[in-house]
Design a protein around this ligand. Structure first.
Ligand code: ZN
Length: 142
């Protein structure tokens, strides 16, 4: 398996957002997605396409971190729902979307990539410093 960075892959070449936390295996970034201020992505550092490209231990670790992001967002952003998604159809470099959702956001109850259903979405700002602190707290034991 080729583990070297892929020169054509945006997630090998760039962080893909504001880095909130990182270690040698993965990084957590805040996505710059208008209307979705707490939208995080957990991105595997090495270029891999699928969860089953990872050894079992790494799969479990990645999901633990995804759940730590979910927990942190629930505490800080208090959304009505969390959406977890791993698609990779556009960028086939393993990453999970962790998206706080609100009943009055632009797409709810659709996926954020689906049809928008309202123009005047609610405003749900997220304190990034508090979010980063919560992440550190939840990840310190991992
Ligand atoms: Zn890549």
């Amino acid at each position: 398996m080729n583990s070297s960075p892929n020169t054509d892959c945006p997630l090998c070449q760039q962080d893909g957002g504001t880095v909130l936390w990182r270690n040698d295996k993965l990084r957590i970034v805040l996505a710059a997605e208008p209307g979705y201020p707490g939208f995080c992505r957990v991105i595997w550092q090495a270029h891999r396409a699928e969860m089953t490209d990872l050894p079992t231990e790494d799969r479990q670790y990645l999901m633990e971190v995804v759940f730590a992001v979910e927990q942190s967002l629930r505490e800080i952003a208090q959304p009505n729902k969390i959406n977890l998604a791993s698609l990779g159809n556009v960028v086939a470099h393993l990453h999970w979307h962790v998206i706080p959702r609100y009943r009055d956001d632009r797409h709810f109850p659709n996926a954020i990539w689906g049809q928008s259903v309202r123009d005047n979405a609610g405003d749900h700002p997220v304190d990034i410093r508090q979010l980063a602190d919560a992440l550190s707290r939840h990840l310190s034991s991992r």
